[in-house]
Write a protein that binds this ligand. Structure first.
Ligand SMILES: NC(=O)c1ccc[n+]([C@@H]2O[C@H](COP(=O)([O-])OP(=O)(O)OC[C@H]3O[C@@H](n4cnc5c(N)ncnc54)[C@H](O)[C@@H]3O)[C@@H](O)[C@H]2O)c1
Length: 314
């Protein structure tokens, strides 16, 4: 891991991954890339559409890329609005990255998602190997992507590593159109106007993780010896599993006049098709995964960072 390309770097995860990589020693080039114009990066930036293999190849050659964190994607809610686009970007983008990994001997990190699970998957302590019957186009591309990665490992020996991220809570870049976006929006609502109307019901419980843990997981799975990563589809990964009302209650401990209202829409059905609590014991055993942030520490940090953002002293 010396010359690193991050695709989809403007996004919720990419923007913070690039920041973190820039603080690490021993790296030569960190190149942020996205189809959209650059966000605020001090790293080099290239406009790369991952469905354009030539653009990707030029960037790989220009910087001698040996590692790609491939994050460019269309998420669950946007994917339902335009399923052809979700299939094209999520599948053809991944295939381009894997084909170039073959040609240039590149190591890949590619995140899958809890969206690979579906209505018939066990909802509690969802095992690593279980029923995978995704309900969304996004989930279908993640499941197909997992098997594509596995195929490239078996057939061509590509070192591709993956985790099934839960919903990610963060405060730098707003989420890009997923079903778990409420777990971020609720904090913005609390800090900016003391209220939030949630698009899923109060009892909705989904697996979540704080961004610093999500970034650390990506870097740690990429750093460990290959022998410690025997799963070549994707690892279950977990941290916390609060219901919406439990998040709201924890926020009310800090902001007593905060009110959460509920107005469930079509996203409730997607949320209901996903597991509530994930069993990530394989990640914990194989490469020593451990999350740091629980719900109270996430709430403390989110409210502090967002209060700074909104210049409000609490
Ligand atoms: N954020 C989460 O809660 C979450 C949970 C599970 C999995 N993931 C996965 O993690 C990865 C990153 O997610 P995110 O939340 O940062 O997504 P995001 O929507 O915030 O960012 C995705 C980025 O990809 C870019 N992009 C879209 N089409 C592109 C194209 N054709 N070429 C290049 N870039 C393109 C967008 O401009 C955007 O900046 C995705 O694979 C996503 O499926 C995220």
């Amino acid at each position: 891991m010396k010359n690193i390309l991050v695709t989809g770097a403007n996004g919720q995860i990419g923007s913070e991954l690039v920041d973190k990589l820039e603080t690490m020693s021993g790296l030569e080039n960190i190149v942020a890339s996205d189809v959209n114009p650059p966000a605020k990066f001090s790293a080099a930036f290239e406009n790369v559409d991952v469905t354009n293999k030539e653009q990707l190849q030029k960037t790989i050659e220009k910087y001698g890329i040996d590692t790609i964190f491939h994050l460019a994607s269309i998420l669950s809610v946007k994917g339902e609005e335009n399923s052809d686009q979700a299939w094209n970007i999520n599948m053809n983008g991944l295939k381009n990255v894997l084909d170039l990994a073959r040609e240039f001997n590149i190591k890949i990190f590619w995140p899958s998602s809890i969206a690979v699970f579906g209505p018939n998957t066990p909802k509690n302590n969802t095992p690593q190997d279980t029923i995978l019957d995704p309900y969304t186009m996004y989930g279908i591309t993640k499941l197909s992507g997992e098997f594509l990665c596995h195929y490239y490992f078996i057939k061509f020996g590509i070192d591709v590593r993956s985790v099934r991220y839960p919903g990610i809570i963060s405060n730098k870049t707003k989420p890009g159109g997923g079903t778990t976006d409420y777990a971020v929006d609720i904090f913005y609502g609390a800090v900016s106007k003391n209220e939030y109307t949630c698009f899923v019901g109060p009892k909705t419980r989904l697996p979540m993780m704080y961004m610093p843990d999500a970034i650390r997981a990506a870097i740690e799975i990429m750093k460990v010896d290959e022998s410690k990563v025997p799963i070549h589809t994707s690892y279950n990964l977990a941290a916390i599993s609060p219901s919406v009302e439990e998040i709201a209650f924890e926020i009310q401990k800090k902001i007593p006049d905060f009110n959460c209202y509920y107005d469930p829409d079509f996203r409730q059905r997607i949320a209901d098709s996903w597991p509530q609590v994930i069993d990530d014991s394989r990640a914990r055993t194989d490469w020593n995964w451990k999350h740091d942030y629980d719900l109270p520490s996430i709430v403390d940090d989110m409210l502090e960072k967002l209060a700074q953002k909104y210049h409000r002293i609490r």
